[in-house]
Design a protein around this ligand. Structure first.
Ligand SMILES: Nc1ncnc2c1ncn2[C@@H]1O[C@H](COP(=O)(O)OP(=O)(O)OP(=O)(O)O)[C@@H](O)[C@H]1O
Ligand SMILES: [Mg+2]
Length: 493
């Protein structure tokens, strides 16, 4: 394709894109009306012309028949022929019916003819129809010397009595009037065609505008919905069925947006609340410390306790950053095949000190290979493990079970014999900043973000995490990593 044709095509498609639906429908209406009217006009024209031709041919054939009868009854009486022919073709001629007749002898000499016929139609311009004695069924169209259109027919007369020569009959019908009728008809048809196209375009425009009105209305309804009116819905109004689908999809989107908005504002409210308490504590401590002159050891104590708060705050900020990154669209996961047992054993080494201090019996069983991001996998497991250690009193137990299922999924469960969670709080565990009152006493440094992180890590992996718990008996958290698609191509760490 040359660059010029490519350019033309691009221009054309750009024009098509920019055309409104109303304009497109108007054009389509006009084109369809044009095609329909043009086809009807052509068919009607053909019917009219062929009907007229049929009538004319019938007329000429019957006239020839009449002249034959005349020649038969008066075989030698040219005077009678002349009288009859003049009466028929001149006296009874009118604007609507004008025809000429000529009778020739065997040698082609004109015996009788309508006066003035030779000036318009020479005898040689007629077809002879061989030697047929039957009048032709179809005349021949030709133009006379003065430009008038004629339909002509010729025939041999019936043989006369013995001794008489054969005669030829020539007959010509003036078609000027019929031609004028056809021309007039065609002119009117053309006007009807143009008017028809124009009116169809107008109707098309009105129909399209009316038909598309619901779209405009829905656009207007949608325009009124801002961030402060996300609770409003579009589908509550009565819409035509086609627009209803659009309205419902739009409402579904509004619902999602509203939920995100609510989540976001609840989150910022929680965040403000979570930050306010430690900052107020820090401020209060600093104010009290500065209230009067103090010993160096007292200052040291204040700074030490402040450091704990700072540590908690910076952990909270790190966790929030992690969540923000995990939820952003461009988070990429670097999948590797992980030997779950090896990873968990390595992780448990970190908790050696605390398990010995609290006399917690830790057991781990089972083996499995799974596909996950190693850093995120460790983070998820250590969040749950640290909860188990934090919320399990001395002399408790923690049990880890790794199982590779037949369907290829890997289940890792971490159970503890800790303080447990009340049933009414179980569903809130994954909410950001949520902490049970008992947990706050047990482990005041917690931020309430650990489980939110676990959940978003599992979402990123397309896996799941569930929790079961009974107050004072313990808690079990189960991770499910689904069957990896292509584990053979991944190296086991
Ligand atoms: N093993 C468990 N036993 C009892 N309660 C638990 C256990 N794990 C979680 N919880 C409850 O769930 C809450 C949320 O846990 P999550 O790990 O999200 O936050 P956190 O442990 O309080 O703080 P951090 O963000 O520092 O982990 C905890 O505060 C606690 O009330
Ligand atoms: Mg935790």
């Amino acid at each position: 394709m040359s660059w010029k044709t490519a350019g033309n095509l691009m221009n054309r498609s750009r024009i098509a894109e920019s055309l409104s639906i109303t304009k497109r429908l108007t054009i389509l209406y006009a084109i369809s009306a044009f095609i329909l009217l043009a086809i009807s006009a052509i068919i009607l024209d053909w019917i009219l012309v062929s009907d007229m031709e049929f009538e004319d041919n019938q007329f000429l054939a019957s006239e020839i028949q009449g002249i034959r009868l005349l020649l038969h009854e008066h075989p030698r009486d040219t005077g009678t022929w002349k009288k009859v022919i003049e009466r028929e073709t001149i006296a009874s001629a009118s604007v609507y019916l004008k025809y000429y007749v000529r009778i020739l002898d065997e040698k082609g000499v004109s015996l009788v003819e309508t006066p003035g016929m030779s000036e318009v139609l020479a005898k040689t311009s007629f077809p002879l129809y061989g030697n047929s004695r039957e009048p032709g069924v179809k005349g021949v169209k030709l133009k006379a010397a003065d430009g008038r259109p004629f339909l002509v027919m010729a025939s041999l007369a019936e043989p006369g009595p013995a001794g008489t020569e054969d005669k030829y009959i020539q007959i010509a019908l003036d078609m000027s009037h019929e031609d004028a009728i056809i021309h007039g008809y065609r002119r009117k048809m053309f006007i009807i065609l143009i008017a028809g196209v124009f009116f169809s375009a107008m109707i098309g425009f009105l129909v399209a505008r009316e038909g598309l009105r619901p779209l405009k209305d829905i656009a207007r309804s949608v325009q009124t919905i801002g961030a402060d009116r996300l609770h409003e819905r579009v589908a509550s109004k009565r819409w035509p069925r086609e627009v209803m689908t659009l309205a419902r999809s739009f409402d579904a989107m509004l619902e999602r947006l509203e939920n995100s908005f609510i989540g976001l504002s609840r989150f910022s409210a929680d965040l403000a609340h979570e930050l306010r308490t430690p900052i107020n504590n820090l401020r209060g401590e600093a104010e009290v410390a500065l209230y009067k002159a103090r010993e160096a050891s007292e200052y040291r104590q204040v700074i030490e306790s402040s450091l704990e708060e700072y540590g908690r705050l910076s952990r909270m900020i790190e966790n929030l950053l992690f969540l923000a990154r995990a939820e952003s669209r461009d988070t990429t996961i670097r999948y590797s095949a992980i030997n779950a047992r090896k990873d968990i054993d390595a992780l448990l080494e970190f908790y050696d000190a605390i398990s010995q201090e609290k006399q917690i019996n830790v057991t781990c069983s089972g083996e499995a290979v799974l596909k996950a991001d190693p850093v995120l996998f460790r983070q998820a497991l250590s969040n749950v493990l640290s909860n188990a250690f934090q919320y399990t009193p001395e002399n408790g137990a923690i049990e880890i079970e790794i199982a590779q299922r037949d369907d290829g999924s890997v289940h890792i469960s971490i159970s503890d014999t800790g303080i447990g969670i009340e049933p009414e709080n179980l569903s809130k565990i994954f909410n950001r900043f949520f902490r049970t009152e008992r947990a706050k006493n047990y482990y005041p440094e917690g931020t309430g973000l650990g489980f939110s992180i676990v959940q978003s890590i599992m979402d990123l992996h397309g896996g799941s995490v569930s929790i079961e718990s009974e107050p004072d008996r313990g808690t079990t958290v189960v991770f499910v990593f689904n069957k990896p698609k292509d584990i053979s191509s991944i190296t086991v760490l």
